[in-house]
Design a protein. Structure first.
Length: 233
C-alpha cells in the first residue's frame, strides 16, 4: 500500500494523532496487547521518518529483543477522517490474529510489515474487549495538568462492578466528599463499547447540576456523597 492517506492533514495535526496513540499504547508495554502467540507486548511506538499519517508499533514477547516485529498502522481513513484511538487499538488486536508478513526492515533493523490495508479492513468489523471499555470510561475524566486546579471534576478512583458496569469515583470542584458515578460499558445492543461520546459531552453539565434524578439508594464507603446511576446514557 503506497501513497499518502491524508493529503488534507498538516504535519502537526498528524503528529497530534500519533501522540495520542503513543499514550494509549503505553498500557500494553507490560500487559499483552493480544493473546496471540509470538510478539504481543508493545516495545515501542514511533513516527516513521519516511511516511506521513502512519504510526509504527514495535512488538516483542517480553524476553527476546531480537524477536521483535514492527507494523505500520494508519492514523486516518483514506477519505481523511481520523481513526478514533479505541478503534485503532481494537483493529490492531484483530490484525494480530493473522498478521501480515514482514517484507522489509525499519531503520533499526527490525522486521517491518505494512499493516495499513489490514487495519482498514478490520475497522469495518471492529470489536472491543472489556479492558478497552474500562479504559475509555476512565479516560472521560482526564487528569488536570495542574493537580491543584479546582475548576474540573477530579477522578479519584474506579472499580469494575461487573462485566457491564464501572463505577467512577469523582470529587466535584470545591467539594471534599467523593461521589460514585456508575457508567455502562455496553451499548444498547449489549456489545462492549470503548467510548461514550454522549455521556462525555453531558458529564460537565450533569455533575453537579442535574444529578439528583440519577441518585440511587446504594451505599459505598468509598463514595460518601452518594452513588449516581448514569448507565442509561
Amino acid at each position: 500500500m503506497t501513497g499518502e492517506l491524508s493529503p488534507e492533514w498538516d504535519d502537526e495535526g498528524l503528529a497530534d494523532l500519533h501522540r495520542i496513540l503513543v499514550w494509549q499504547l503505553l498500557r500494553f508495554t507490560s500487559s499483552p496487547l493480544s493473546d496471540t502467540t509470538g510478539a504481543r507486548l508493545v516495545r515501542g511506538v514511533l513516527m516513521p521518518p519516511e511516511h506521513r499519517g502512519i504510526t509504527r508499533v514495535v512488538l516483542w514477547d517480553g524476553h527476546r529483543l531480537e524477536g521483535s516485529l514492527a507494523y505500520d498502522v494508519p492514523l486516518v481513513y483514506p477519505q481523511g477522517d481520523n481513526i478514533p484511538w479505541p478503534h485503532l487499538v481494537a483493529a490492531f488486536r484483530q490484525v494480530l490474529v493473522r498478521p501480515p508478513v514482514p517484507d522489509s526492515t525499519d531503520p533499526a533493523g527490525v522486521p517491518l510489515a505494512d499493516a495499513r490495508r489490514h487495519m482498514l479492513d478490520a475497522l469495518d468489523h471492529v470489536t472491543f474487549e472489556l479492558g478497552d471499555a474500562l479504559h475509555a470510561a476512565v479516560s472521560m475524566l482526564q487528569a488536570p495538568e495542574v493537580p491543584e486546579e479546582g475548576s474540573r471534576l477530579r477522578l479519584d478512583g474506579f472499580l469494575l462492578r461487573d462485566d457491564t458496569i464501572a463505577r467512577l469515583y469523582v470529587t466535584l470542584p470545591g467539594a471534599t466528599d467523593r461521589l460514585g458515578l456508575d457508567v455502562s460499558l455496553h451499548d444498547d445492543n449489549g456489545h462492549v463499547r470503548a467510548g461514550n461520546t454522549a455521556l462525555m459531552a453531558a458529564l460537565p453539565s450533569l455533575v453537579p447540576d442535574e444529578l439528583d434524578s440519577n441518585r440511587t439508594s446504594s451505599r459505598d464507603a468509598y463514595a460518601p456523597a452518594g452513588i449516581y446511576d448514569l448507565t442509561h446514557w
